[in-house]
Design a protein. Structure first.
Length: 544
């Protein structure tokens, strides 16, 4: 079986190298920039290269279910359709299509899927990176567009129509953004993404970007450049082959899990390297550009985006610092809890054993023994919670479960307490909600704690609304109450060890819940409602 897998992994490489050899033979033997046979042969091989890449990327997605490979596959598929149209038009009409038409639209659409793939790759190692990712894309796109306009498009502007100018600016800038994004992923997230696959993706988009730039210089500069006419086609073909080979490289090894984020020189570099690059470009353009030019306007826009990006980064840094402090507190409390629980469990075992002997031997005091055994079981449960506080992931039994069913089982348990407080519980169900890989017992504990806290927050009664939502990759459970809310001055302290808003609270319940949710790769957040009450949101990763 192992030998069969080795053979199957080698087949994509053999096909790829065979196609490269065939392209070199066709390009060398048929080269004639004006020959329909040469143009048709080269475009047909580019079409096969796009199909090769799309199939391998789709195959990899089917193997590891990483959605960013699906996005890459769809992007290359749009390139394939554009090449099919271009090649068929060339064979039927005997000439290439016009300057802007259906192929150009399809070529532009492919980059939307590539950007989606890059976003999903960021999603693997960061929680909810949408804002940061969007700002990075805007920043890099603005700078790349400005650079291409200043050094490529503007000197050649006489050879462009408006549609061609927009097409070349968009494709070249998007290609550069994707290349920079992959470069940052390779440097800072190499433990959560396959390094070989990322390198080949970078090489593929770099080669495609080179083909775009060389094609611009070749086709729109009429004073002679000395650029070989076959070079852009070779770059486009090579870029597609590298994209396909990145899937073949990733398919031969499993992707590693992302380690915990680390502060230090990597984090500092990640914050300041883009800043240094932007200021370097700023110096170049301020010195070399004229006032109120398109290049200077682009730089001003980039500078504004950079300022917003830095504000977001500063906020993230503060949150990371608070999370580190909280993690250290949790570690100390966990170690202390494990020690205390171990010391309590030893005498507890003796007490439980002798109480069971008294229960069996004494008829008169059996009722009291039952009460004592019940309370001892409760103490044992609390001790178990302390152990769970220490290392919850050690005792997890992860299986696919429906969070709606888990919470439905808890409603009868908390209904009695809700009736006492004159609270009405409403559950808004969502059909076809994907399952979650979780420990049902621990998730029940989290839901039970949150529901009880919400009921206790409404001593005068009210509505408690539980709803479920799916955002594709996450399941979001929200619990809304109509209590008095939480004072803003202490809202950020919820979840700290031994901090409680209740007179009889221990300050460990919410911390245990957050620890459980984090061990399930989720998050638990609490916020006040705009009018009255509070909202608890629990986010858990959904199974594909």
């Amino acid at each position: 079986m192992k030998g069969k897998n080795v053979v199957m992994n080698r087949i994509p490489w053999l096909i790829g190298f065979s196609m490269i050899l065939l392209y070199l033979v066709v390009g060398w033997g048929w080269y004639d920039a004006e020959s329909v046979r040469y143009l048709a042969g080269i475009n047909a091989l580019q079409t096969l290269a796009a199909l090769y890449a799309a199939v391998l990327l789709w195959r990899l997605y089917r193997m590891n279910r990483r959605r960013y490979w699906l996005s890459y596959s769809l992007g290359v598929l749009f390139y394939f359709f554009a090449q099919v149209y271009w090649t068929v038009f060339l064979l039927v009409q005997g000439k290439e299509p016009g300057s802007f038409g259906i192929p150009e639209v399809l070529w532009m659409l492919q980059y939307l899927f590539y950007l989606q793939a890059l976003y999903r790759q960021n999603k693997i190692s960061r929680r909810r990176p949408a804002l940061r990712f969007s700002l990075d894309v805007l920043l890099f796109m603005t700078v790349a567009t400005t650079v291409y306009w200043r050094f490529i498009i503007e000197p050649l502007s006489s050879g462009f129509t408006d549609a061609e100018r927009f097409f070349h600016l968009y494709c070249s800038s998007a290609n550069t953004v994707i290349l920079l994004g992959l470069f940052l992923l390779f440097i800072y997230e190499r433990d959560s993404n396959d390094a070989r696959a990322t390198l080949l993706l970078m090489a593929g988009f770099l080669t495609k970007s080179s083909g775009n730039t060389i094609g611009l210089l070749l086709f729109y500069r009429y004073d002679g450049t000395g650029i070989p006419g076959w070079l852009p086609d070779l770059c486009w073909f090579g870029g597609l082959m590298l994209l396909g080979m990145s899937a073949a490289a990733a398919g031969t090894r499993s992707e590693r899990a992302s380690p915990p984020a680390q502060a230090g020189r990597w984090y500092t570099g990640k914050r300041y390297i883009p800043l240094m690059a932007i200021f370097l470009l700023l110096m170049i353009f301020v010195v070399g550009d004229q006032p109120l030019s398109a290049g200077l306007i682009g730089l001003l826009v980039a500078f504004v985006i950079l300022l917003v990006r830095l504000l977001v980064e500063i906020q993230d840094y503060k949150q990371s610092e608070q999370a580190l402090i909280r993690s250290e507190k949790l570690s100390v409390v966990g170690q202390m809890a494990a020690g205390v629980a171990h010391e309590i469990r030893n005498p507890l075992t003796s007490l439980k054993g002798f109480t069971q002997l008294l229960y069996r031997s004494s008829e008169a005091n059996r009722r009291y023994c039952e009460l004592m055994l019940t309370e001892l079981e409760r103490i044992n449960y609390i001790v178990g919670e302390f152990m769970l506080l220490s290392k919850p992931q050690q005792s997890q039994n992860l299986r696919p479960h429906s969070v709606q069913e888990i919470l439905t089982d808890l409603i009868p348990i908390v209904e009695a307490q809700a009736i006492i407080h004159d609270v009405v519980i409403e559950v808004e169900r969502t059909p076809e909600l994907p399952p979650v890989l979780c420990d049902a017992r621990q998730i029940k504990q989290v839901f039970l704690n949150v529901l009880k806290n919400s009921i206790e927050a409404m001593p005068d009664g009210g509505r408690l609304v539980v709803s479920f939502h799916s955002s594709g990759m996450e399941i979001i459970v929200t619990v809304e109450d109509e209590g008095n809310g939480i004072p803003e001055v202490i809202l950020h302290r919820l979840g700290e060890p031994f901090f409680s808003t209740k007179d009889t609270g221990t300050g460990l319940g919410l911390m245990v819940c957050q620890n459980i949710i984090q061990s399930h790769r989720g998050s638990l957040t609490i916020r006040n409602r705009p009018v009255k009450g509070a909202v608890v949101s629990i986010q858990l990763p959904a199974l594909s």
